[in-house]
Design a protein around this ligand. Structure first.
Ligand code: MN
Length: 493
């Protein structure tokens, strides 16, 4: 707890008390459990909380991280947990537990986008995904204790499902690490090859980099602008992807390392840019202004490529501290940064607000608000909205294929969405193993099995049960071509 407490310096005393309570509660509940590594289970929970502390995330998320496996792995009930910790923390824990219940299969690559949408639809609170990412990061770091098969499946899931989530949320630090850990397991040969070559070049690269860094410091010093410089190695999976994409050998990849100049204000970013422009040779066409025109995920920086006196290419980024935090930690960074600059009074007010149930922090809402106030480029916002569109549901086939449907869709809609022939011969449906009617409305996460019979034909009544355009037009088409049996019968009588 001492170690964790140190990393939670940004929390106030009351918040810390709740985290401590969660810690002791979890340590009792999990006391008999041991991880595959032989360590007590508590080490996993603390590691997940430590990962989240990096984001300076709110106390409820940290507490939920410490409790995230409690409903699944111990005898503690939801009722007890609510009594101890309240609805907000427990709803986060339940969200994580819910995600863990979904078994991802080997088709995950093809279906990854649908899975991600489904998870977003299921959890509703983006903090659940962030806890899951922190959980996955620690599991990936300690994967070597599991069987090779298990390693492969968890790594695959991390690469196709969770790393893109981290990317979407702008948590690049986690994204890079998840990718590299998965890369090592899934493509061991390529990983080792690139790693060896990377290490060979690292030594000379670092020398060159240091030379450029020192020169940069020297040239910027007279301006009196406050700045710091960090070196940035590209992640190995990123290098691999670039080699694949551009069909280039490792030796042709130039931007293995880069420099970041971090300063306090946007004005100073441009002031540094103008000094660099005068003092260094730049690669032609290398300048991109992501401050004026941020990327979709709100990333901002000035990008340029310096050519050193020894003709070494150094990709350079200039950004403010706030932009840097956002680039590393994404949406989470903004929230904490905003609180910091708004000062103590506002912070205290927010703390008071957050500690009440009504004032429950709605992370996503905050995020969306922030988007509105900071940018005209709504592309990212739109895509996120689509992903969080609760007008959509995601239903599984028994083979675990995800089918996307509009809210209110029935088993008949589902049948047509799987295949028009299945729709046409619809006899009945089983939802989560139980018989369901033709007009039963499906919900996200349902597993739906369609029963068919060859001699069944669509009838005009089916139009009352189908709401998707796809199903309706197919039924109409059939009725146009074949007439309606039921009507015919009626006419006969
Ligand atoms: Mn866990």
């Amino acid at each position: 707890m001492e170690n964790l407490e140190k990393q939670l310096f940004y929390l106030n005393k009351d918040d810390l008390e709740i985290v401590k309570k969660a810690y002791f509660y979890a340590s009792c509940a999990h006391s008999y459990q041991i991880r595959a590594s032989g360590e007590p289970y508590l080490t996993h929970l603390v590691s997940v909380a430590l990962n989240l502390a990096e984001l300076k995330i709110d106390r409820s998320t940290i507490a939920a991280a410490l409790l995230h496996d409690i409903l699944e792995d111990t005898l503690v009930t939801e009722h007890e947990l609510i009594k101890e910790f309240g609805e907000e923390i427990v709803s986060l824990v339940k969200g994580v537990t819910k995600i863990n219940k979904y078994q991802f299969d080997d088709n995950i690559t093809a279906q990854a986008e649908n899975w991600r949408k489904m998870l977003l639809a299921v959890v509703k609170d983006i903090r659940v995904i962030i806890i899951k990412l922190a959980d996955r990061l620690h599991n990936m770091r300690t994967l070597k204790y599991l069987s090779p098969d298990k390693q492969k499946s968890i790594a695959g899931e991390s690469l196709t499902l969770y790393a893109p989530f981290a990317h979407r949320l702008g948590i690049y630090k986690w994204k890079s690490e998840l990718e590299d850990l998965a890369f090592e397991i899934l493509y061991a040969a390529q990983y080792n090859q690139i790693k060896t070559q990377w290490e060979k070049r690292a030594e000379s690269n670092i020398q060159n980099l240091t030379a450029v860094e020192n020169l940069l410091k020297e040239k910027l010093a007279p301006s009196g602008i406050a700045f710091r410089i960090t070196a940035r190695p590209k992640n190995l999976y990123g290098i691999y992807k670039k080699m694949e994409r551009q069909k280039k050998p490792f030796s042709a990849i130039e931007d293995l390392f880069g420099l970041r100049v971090i300063t306090d204000t946007v004005e100073h970013c441009y002031a540094i840019l103008s000094i660099v422009n005068v003092e260094f040779k730049l690669l032609e066409g290398s300048f991109t202004d992501y401050i004026n025109v941020p990327k979709k995920n709100m990333y901002q920086s000035l990008h340029l490529t310096i050519i050193s006196e020894d003709n070494v290419i150094v990709e350079t980024q200039i950004r403010t501290e706030e932009m840097h935090q956002r680039a590393e930690y994404g949406v989470a960074a903004h929230w904490r940064y905003k609180r910091k600059v708004e000062g103590d009074a506002q912070g205290a007010k927010e703390d008071a607000k957050n500690s009440t149930a009504e004032g429950r922090l709605d992370w996503l809402k905050q995020f969306l608000e922030w988007q509105r106030e900071t940018t005209d480029s709504n592309e990212f916002l739109d895509s996120l909205k689509t992903e969080c569109n609760f007008e959509q549901i995601f239903v599984f086939t028994p083979q675990k294929k995800v089918i996307k449907l509009p809210l209110g869709a029935t088993t008949l809609d589902f049948a047509y969405a799987v295949h028009s022939d299945i729709g046409d011969t619809f006899m009945g449906a089983k939802v989560n193993g139980k018989m369901a009617t033709i007009d039963a409305k499906l919900r996200t996460g349902d597993i739906c099995e369609i029963l068919v019979r060859k001699n069944i034909k669509p009838s005009v009544h089916w139009l009352e049960f189908a709401i998707t355009p796809q199903a309706r037009s197919r039924i109409r088409k059939y009725l146009r071509e074949h007439g309606d049996n039921t009507t015919k019968t009626k006419i006969k009588n």
